[in-house]
Design a protein around this ligand. Structure first.
Ligand SMILES: C[S@@+](CC[C@H](N)C(=O)[O-])C[C@H]1O[C@@H](n2cnc3c(N)ncnc32)[C@H](O)[C@@H]1O
Length: 731
């Protein structure tokens, strides 16, 4: 059986620079590729971190007055805000990317003027003597034929000659148009990403003048469309540092949407190396640090190595204090592993520097944001050298320390699950870190109930029960399925159909002959539920029953095991209902949950009279539980649930290890008697002579009795069907 999905961002052996870059970028591929179909967004390919459609949805729902993206990149958020007529600020520190974004935000330029200038550039370029610079940078020679490069340089020269006479917006627009053709006219692989792969050849290469025509036509079409929706751009896009946001006023921003660099070693400076080399802004990879990297968040090992940082100094920064106790051991472990690796990457200082930088970002954001603002960071965690870095938790804590009130994490996907040569076993995730200026949940008790339920579910299902199920499945050669990506099915959910064709998402299913690539025969179905109050517990029990029993009926010929894990307040009738219907149950009553929380001095003994403030406080505390507190809680819940879990596992084992104690087979023969009324039927029964049976074969009645007192009752019309059933019983 293949192990659960593993992700790899950092290899333990040195790998080619190109491979590492393209792998890291695949994480974000799902999001920026969506944008490549959208007007304006598609003008230049860049790792947006999220889709523009999602940004528009958030803006529409939250109705902010002024939005900020402090890591604005190519401007996805600002363009979405422009489309919806909302004020926005974009902050980007990468000088070249900032320039590209300015080009996109110039969608408002007068269209005939744009077309005329583009034409002018094309004609002047065609008239120019094809001339190459004396010393061509190595990257350009690797990427273009001489002929292509000559044409590109003619276009560049024509643009530079004309630029001083153009408005800033027109300049940005045409600069972007030329940048946008540099990848399509290169004959080497530019991957699906900006990073160039000089060793890969493309089957089809664009010719520069044609490519420019096409790009201008595309921009023309998109400008027309955008101008029919919005009159002007309401974006202010600046080149500066998210750690200070110095040109932004105080208390203005009521929504922040952003995707910062991840602590995953991706080098943003390298992303535009080809374009910057073409424009003469860098000559080699070595130039990137001074021209770009030094302005950015320290999220790559190249960055920190160049700056020769010391872990002691970084960790002593007072701004890092809220997470220092957790951060230091991680950095020290990375430093230790570093000594054993050939690559010798400075991940220990990279991680420390990254969180220091992000702490400054939150401080700056708190200053520019309104008191009740909402902040959404699309982020991913990482595991350099296989050492897990809980990014969302640490960022959440830094945000609270900077003066925000609340954070929560919404997972979107597990990352890199399909990478083949995985070298570490750390599952990683990507999602949205929501941070709130003021905690404004509509119903604090409901919110608390949800948060507590989620935590209990994670602990009981994934920390307590899953390892037991896994161990059981492994020793017995069964396959355990739970919510995560699995090649045999689409999506993450464990979905099974019932006898009516309805689909249900379950928590665990055990299969015979299942593999990662193949769904097996189900032999156990397990579902979980949490109830904060007793009042709807019967409904919840009915819901579980309604989902599971029709699935069991569909598979009744194999009499699968089915069980429920319940935590919180369930009434006795609710529990009895499930038990009477054959469910095995793990039940952790709310009083046990309260006792477990008491071990970390956290009082959750609330009832319907508890005031909202207590719930709000409790939710905050829940969101900020330290790892050590969670561990204590886990241990306590494990203790209180031990008996229940043991009993549950025994029932499961008995069911799956049961053996047939008896098979009763009754062939039925007879004559069909049909009656029109009850009286006639009674009279018919009286007249029946059962001492002298006669008639034809009707069907087989079968009863299979198992050692654990499970039983299967079935009827079959033919011998073939019956034999088939009996053979399957044995397999
Ligand atoms: C994931 S990208 C964001 C992409 C963006 N959402 C878009 O629509 O293109 C992260 C961006 O943060 C920028 N960045 C890194 N450090 C920065 C800093 N200190 N201040 C502002 N921007 C920074 C990088 O250059 C990169 O463009």
């Amino acid at each position: 059986m293949t192990k659960p999905s593993q992700l790899q961002l950092f290899n333990s052996t040195p790998e080619s620079h190109e491979n590492i870059q393209s792998k890291i970028l695949k994480e974000r591929a799902g999001t920026f590729t969506d944008n490549m179909k959208l007007p304006i967004h598609r003008w230049f390919r860049y790792s947006a971190g999220f889709s523009a459609t999602w940004v528009e949805k958030v803006i529409t729902e939250l109705e902010p007055k002024t939005i900020l993206d402090p890591f604005a990149g190519s401007g996805t958020v600002c363009i979405a805000a422009d489309k919806l007529g909302v004020n926005s600020y974009g902050v980007e520190a990468h000088p070249f990317v900032h320039r590209l974004a300015k080009g996109k935000l110039a969608w408002v330029v007068n269209i005939p003027e744009f077309l005329e200038t583009a034409n002018q550039i094309k004609h002047s370029a065609a008239m120019l003597q094809p001339k190459l610079p004396e010393k061509i940078p190595a990257l350009l020679s690797k990427c273009y034929t001489e002929e292509t490069l000559r044409d590109l340089f003619r276009i560049k020269q024509a643009y530079l000659d004309l630029a001083p006479f153009l408005s800033e917006e027109l300049q940005s627009l045409l600069f972007l148009a030329i940048c946008a053709i540099l990848r399509s006219t290169s004959y080497v692989g530019t991957a699906q990403w900006q990073y160039i792969l000089p060793n890969k050849r493309k089957a089809k290469t664009g010719e520069p003048f044609d490519a420019l025509d096409k790009q201008v036509a595309l921009m023309h079409e998109d400008m027309r469309q955008m101008q029919s929706i919005a009159k002007s751009s309401l974006s202010i896009f600046v080149q500066e540092d998210a750690r200070s946001l110095k040109s932004l006023p105080n208390n203005l921003i009521d929504l922040v949407i952003t995707s910062p660099p991840y602590a995953n070693n991706y080098d943003y400076a390298d992303a535009t190396r080809l374009e910057m080399t073409f424009w003469g802004e860098v000559n080699s990879w070595g130039d990137l640090h001074e021209t770009v990297r030094k302005f950015l968040i320290r999220s790559s090992s190249q960055h920190v190595s160049k700056d020769r940082l010391s872990l002691d100094i970084l960790i002593a920064e007072s701004i890092i204090e809220p997470i220092r106790d957790e951060l230091l051991p991680v950095c020290q472990e990375l430093e230790n592993i570093r000594g054993t690796k050939g690559g010798n990457k400075a991940y220990h200082t990279m991680v420390a520097a990254y969180f220091t930088d992000m702490a400054f970002v939150f401080r700056a954001l708190r200053r520019v944001a309104t008191s009740n603002c909402k902040v959404c960071f699309v982020i991913g965690d990482s595991a350099p050298y296989g050492v897990y870095v809980p990014v969302e938790q640490w960022l959440g804590k830094l945000a609270i320390a900077a003066g925000f009130d609340f954070w929560s994490f919404e997972q979107i996907r597990q990352r890199n699950v399909k990478w083949k040569n995985r070298k570490h076993n750390v599952p990683l995730q990507e999602g949205r870190l929501w941070i709130e200026g003021e905690f404004m949940a509509q119903s604090p008790s409901h919110k608390f109930g949800q948060d507590l339920g989620k935590l209990l579910e994670d602990i009981v299902e994934y920390d307590i029960l899953k390892p037991r199920l896994q161990q059981f499945a492994q020793t017995k050669n069964y396959y355990l399925d739970w919510q995560r990506s699995r090649p045999a099915r689409s999506g993450k959910k464990v979905t099974w159909e019932d006898k009516y064709g309805n689909k249900h998402d379950l928590d665990f299913v055990i299969e015979i002959d299942g593999t990662d690539d193949q769904i097996g025969r189900p032999v156990a179905f397990i579902e979980s539920a949490w109830r904060r109050y007793t009042k709807h517990s019967k409904n919840k029990a009915q819901e579980i029953q309604g989902a599971i029993l029709p699935i069991i009926e569909l598979h009744h010929l194999s009499a699968p095991f089915y069980g429920a894990i319940l935590a919180g307040d369930f009434t006795k009738p609710a529990l009895d209902q499930l038990r009477n219907n054959g469910f095995a149950i793990i039940y952790i009553p709310y009083k046990d949950v309260v006792a477990a929380f008491r071990e970390i001095d956290f009082d959750v003994a609330f009832d319907e009279e508890t005031p909202d403030e207590s719930y709000t406080e409790a939710s905050k505390r829940l969101a900020n539980l330290a790892t050590s507190e969670k561990e204590k809680l886990r241990q306590a819940l494990m203790r209180v649930s031990k008996q229940e879990v043991d009993r549950f596992m025994d029932t499961l084992r008995n069911c799956l290890e049961r053996y047939i104690s008896k098979i009763i087979l009754v062939p039925l023969f007879g004559i069909r008697h049909e009656f029109e009324s009850i009286d006639d039927a009674i009279a018919g029964v009286d007249a029946l002579n059962i001492d002298n049976p006669s008639g034809e074969f009707e069907r087989f009645e079968v009863i299979v009795d198992y050692s654990n007192s499970d039983a299967i009752r079935a009827t079959f019309q033919t011998k073939a069907l019956l034999s088939d059933f009996l053979r399957k019983l044995g397999s």
